[in-house]
Write a protein that binds this ligand. Structure first.
Ligand code: FAD
Length: 478
């Protein structure tokens, strides 16, 4: 554990005494340290997700000290979270310890800690229990699930952003089938077997497809009283169509694949209320109540709270969703030493804001590293330009849609491309191998071996929810 409010200095890099003069050109940028430590410029990176990790790795040969700080000790491959949530993969398959990823990068150290504040005048990051000085700061703290001002829905409709979210969703999905198996009331069984996924973006589509696979195939022979295939899976989307950011023909193909799996897609439908065991939706001005015990939230994200910290401490502007408006070189106005990248940054290109996707974060991470290297050499860096190589989403076992910008695919071919791309971008070789084997096994057996309920049971959750939302008091009897 860290000492309280320790300023983390020289001892972070034990070799600093010998290597302090390794890069004379860089020393100008490194500040005199009050503790007399290593003068190499110190690049502090907040967040070991796609943006932060790619920035750290791209600084491998730069004459700098890299300090990567994350509140978790691992890098998480979020695009495969839905597979953990639906029992196809285990958490460790899609996460890798940051220390292990950077173990050979001698100019980098990893600290587990949470940034809570910033002192831009002293160039100091304030962690929950210590402080770190920087010469350059890259903030890549990503985003979190957003409920459009309805934070009270969070407990009833979990979002999918962290490993804990994924195991919580997995627990809820599977406990609903367990509870249905022992419930004598057919109406309640129907509610238990109704799964509502809110949000028809790629995450909602992938979740809906995987839930349908579980109901129709994985659990087919597991129960005696209920037929899991009776499950009703609703994908609710408030706009005109699902996969809005995809070309309409691919969105149509995705809708057809979902229909084949038994998913009901409800577009132009908004959620207006969520209560234990029931949701209310509004479409064409009509409100409808749907009994449903499991509601999953895939409708939106909002920027990391560090955006607000930056706004308060530096005056940086915030855009929609709390993203930080950055200069074309990803620095914030008035602070050429602070860069914001990934889901937290608001960057416009061709009058459109860049999407919150992994390739944007990765390219921005590499760019941030290049900008710092150039700065140290006194060279300019042209503005950041995002190269869009396309997007893709899977629907169940062997179908996907892929828009590679110059060509589009749907169905099995798109699925193969999806598999290949996701394997390639998994961070460690061991994970790539394990996921490949696991996928092959899941494909041929239609099994999902990681379907463990590690969260509280359905009945425990019901009593918790009842305590949170007590029934309306009845008038006293006379
Ligand atoms: C379920 C899901 C599916 C997705 N699917 C796809 C997909 O198929 N394709 C695609 O391109 N993109 C996908 N995305 C989006 C993609 O994962 C993000 O755009 C990408 O992760 C953004 O990278 P980032 O570096 O900005 O943030 P992240 O990767 O989220 O990393 C942020 C890091 O910062 C750390 N952190 C946060 N706050 C602090 C703090 N105060 N102090 C210290 N550390 C902190 C976090 O622990 C985390 O490690 C998906 C996202 C989700 C949630």
């Amino acid at each position: 554990m860290y000492m309280s409010m320790t300023r983390l200095g020289t001892y972070l890099f034990p070799d600093s005494a010998q290597s302090g003069g390794a890069a004379s050109s860089s020393q100008a940028a490194g500040r005199e340290r009050p503790d007399g430590s290593d003068p190499l410029p110190r690049v502090v990176i907040i967040g070991g997700g796609f943006g932060g990790l790619y920035a750290a790795r791209s600084l491998k040969r730069a004459p700098v000290r890299v300090i990567l700080i994350d509140r978790r000790n691992f890098h998480l491959f979020q695009p495969l979270l839905y597979q953990v949530a639906t029992g196809g993969l285990s958490p460790a398959n899609i996460a890798a310890p940051l220390r292990s990823i950077l173990r050979r990068q001698k100019n980098a150290i990893v600290l587990m800690g949470e940034m809570v504040d910033l002192d831009p005048l002293k160039r100091r990051v304030i962690l929950r229990d210590s402080e770190v000085d920087y010469d350059f700061l890259i903030i890549a703290s990503g985003s979190q699930t957003g409920y459009f001002g309805h934070d009270e829905w969070q407990r009833l409709a979990p979002g999918l952003k962290t490993i804990e979210d994924a195991t919580r969703i997995r627990g809820r999905l599977l406990s609903a089938f367990e509870a249905a198996e022992r419930d004598p009331d057919p109406a309640h069984v129907a509610a238990l077997l109704t799964f509502v996924i809110v949000g028809g973006g790629p995450t909602g589509v992938e979740l809906a497809g995987a839930v349908a696979e579980i109901a129709n195939h994985t659990l087919k022979h597991d129960f005696r009283r209920i037929n899991p295939a009776d499950a009703r899976i609703l994908l609710v989307e408030r706009s005109e169509r699902i996969l809005e950011s995809y070309p309409p023909d691919l969105a149509k193909a995705a809708e057809r694949s979902l229909a084949r799996l038994g998913v009901t897609v409800r577009t132009r439908t908004s959620i207006v209320a969520i209560a234990p065991g029931e949701i209310a939706v509004e479409s064409d001005g009509r409100t409808e109540r749907i009994p449903a015990e499991t509601v999953l939230w895939a409708a939106g994200v909002t920027a990391s709270p560090l955006g607000r910290v930056l706004h308060e401490r530096t005056g940086a502007q915030l855009a929609r969703g709390g993203k930080v408006v950055v200069n074309p070189d990803l620095t914030i106005p008035g602070h050429p030493e602070i860069l914001v990248i990934g889901d937290l940054a608001h960057v416009e290109q061709n009058s459109k804001s860049l999407p919150g996707v992994a390739p944007v974060a990765m390219q921005q991470g590499r760019y941030a590293a290049r900008l710092i290297r150039n700065r140290l050499r006194g060279r300019p860096t042209p503005p950041f330009v995002y190269h869009d190589r396309g997007s893709m989403a899977t629907i169940g076992r062997a179908a996907a849609v892929a828009d590679l910008t110059w060509v589009r695919f749907s169905g099995f071919v798109a699925w193969l491309i999806w598999l290949f791309v996701h394997l390639m971008y998994l961070v460690q070789f061991a994970n790539r191998l394990l996921v490949l084997l696991q996928w092959a096994y899941n494909y041929f057996t239609r099994n999902r071996p990681a379907r463990l309920i590690t969260e509280i049971s359905h009945s425990e959750r019901e009593s918790e929810a009842a305590a949170d939302h007590p029934p309306v008091p009845r008038p006293p009897e006379v």
